[in-house]
Design a protein around this ligand. Structure first.
Ligand SMILES: [Zn+2]
Length: 168
């Protein structure tokens, strides 16, 4: 099995890796070292000392807080949304596109969905404004709780690493 250098993984995180190498890295099965390098590369780009447990999106992470060992969902900028097992969307700023005018900022006119049937919900960080997720549900649909990652199983069975300590 081929190994990757921290430099290559950093390039992957920065989106600078050539496509062949990216494909090989993504299609490779279970590889604990790759996950560690990936986390290290992400960690270097961030200003805080909290340890990444699992990336949830390009700018959103479950982290272990350095001081308290609490696991929380946290933004790039350091803003904490909530405990890791809560729905962070309930703690985000929400903008709902529910008028024709708001939709045509995203779609060309006449191509936009009928807002009686579909709206856009955009979830952003209240501190830095980063857009973390978009839902396109029917207007009455409750806030979607994406998934509760099985972190224990992920660490044990996939990356074969000790689970970071957790105080909550
Ligand atoms: Zn933020």
């Amino acid at each position: 099995m081929s190994k990757y250098t921290p430099e290559q993984v950093k390039n992957l995180v920065d989106g600078k890796l050539d496509w062949d190498t990216t494909l090989r890295m993504l299609s490779m099965p279970k590889d604990p070292e790759r996950f560690e390098l990936y986390i290290q590369a992400l960690q270097k780009k961030l200003d805080w000392k909290d340890r990444i447990v699992l990336p949830l999106g390009p700018h959103l992470y479950i982290v272990q807080q350095a001081k308290t060992k609490r696991w929380v969902t946290q933004c790039d900028c350091g803003h904490v949304f909530c405990d890791w097992n809560e729905n962070w969307k309930m703690h985000a700023n929400l903008y709902v596109r529910e008028t024709e005018e708001a939709m045509t900022q995203v779609y060309p006119k006449l191509m936009a969905p009928d807002t009686a049937w579909q709206v856009y919900r955009e979830y952003t960080c209240s501190q830095c404004g980063t857009l973390h997720d978009v839902e396109a549900p029917t207007p009455w649909y409750p806030v979607i709780h994406d998934f509760e990652p099985n972190i224990d199983a992920f660490y044990k069975e996939w990356v074969n690493l000790p689970l970071p300590e957790r105080s909550n």
